[in-house]
Design a protein around this ligand. Structure first.
Ligand code: BTN
Length: 246
């Protein structure tokens, strides 16, 4: 991963560039990086603030030979890769995964992950693993509405960081973990995920499309489904939701 890197000063979204590259047969492991995005996108059609020169806005193209239902777990795989890459380079910071796709430090968001799939019949043709990391912003670089909920690695580590070094480390971890996932499934990475997670063991509120559930996050299944124990003792699987620590 990262043998071929397409680097741009400014794009609409690295996800869009990556999807064009897939149509042009870009190989597994191709990485798209931009200094700035004019239409960075987040989960659930949200916008993603992509300040010029301050963050890592990247998309990794993967071409695993898997059925489409195994694609969403790549968000979990990428989250563990990013957390462990951050910890290996910057031992003083404490990044934690907030299921399914955020990485927080001291409760504030530093990273979002968005996995999109291009499928053909019943096989994955390509996965676009989009990773957005706030690296060198200071508080005033964030739009006002994000200032209380977002942070950057620089704000947490107290120094300006080398974005290229972090990209290289993420590619290294991502290559290792995605190979393990393709070969052995999520069971091999489950413990690593739980160790990197700030969600397991916490009381949370999960807002799904249908309902709001409160309880204790007790684990994750091999399919990446969050297990929530409700006050009455029932354990419910959460497939997709926004969660808050309570
Ligand atoms: C989220 O938290 O909702 C996911 C945010 C994902 C942002 C990254 S930045 C690189 C890639 N290109 C995009 O337009 N989005 C992802």
């Amino acid at each position: 991963i990262g043998q071929v890197i397409h680097y741009y000063k400014e794009v609409t979204s690295t996800q869009i560039i990556a999807s064009d590259l897939v149509q042009q047969n870009a190989p597994h492991g191709t990485v798209v990086i931009a200094e700035a995005q004019t239409a960075g996108r987040g989960r659930m059609a949200r916008e993603w603030d992509s300040a010029a020169g301050k963050g890592i806005w990247m998309t990794i193209i993967l071409r695993p030979d898997l059925p489409p239902h195994q694609a969403p777990q790549f968000t979990l795989v990428a989250a563990v890769a990013v957390v462990n890459a951050m910890k290996s380079l910057y031992p003083t910071i404490t990044p934690e995964i907030k299921w399914p796709n955020d990485i927080l430090i001291n409760g504030k968001k530093t990273t979002g992950i968005l996995t999109e799939m291009i499928a053909e019949a019943d096989r994955v043709q390509a996965l676009l693993v989009g990773i957005g990391i706030n690296v060198n912003q200071q508080k005033e670089h964030f739009p006002e509405e994000l200032q209380s909920i977002a942070t950057s690695l620089r704000m947490e580590a107290g120094e300006v960081l080398d974005r290229a070094a972090l990209v290289a480390e993420i590619c290294r971890y991502m290559e290792n973990y995605s190979e393990q996932y393709v070969t052995y499934g999520f069971s091999r990475l489950k413990t690593l995920w739980e160790e990197a997670s700030g969600t397991i063991g916490k009381n949370i509120r999960a807002t799904t499309l249908r309902e709001v559930l409160e309880g204790t996050a007790v684990g994750i299944t091999e399919d990446g489904v969050l297990q929530l124990r409700l006050a009455n003792g029932d354990v419910r699987g959460i497939y997709s939701a926004d969660i808050e620590l309570t």
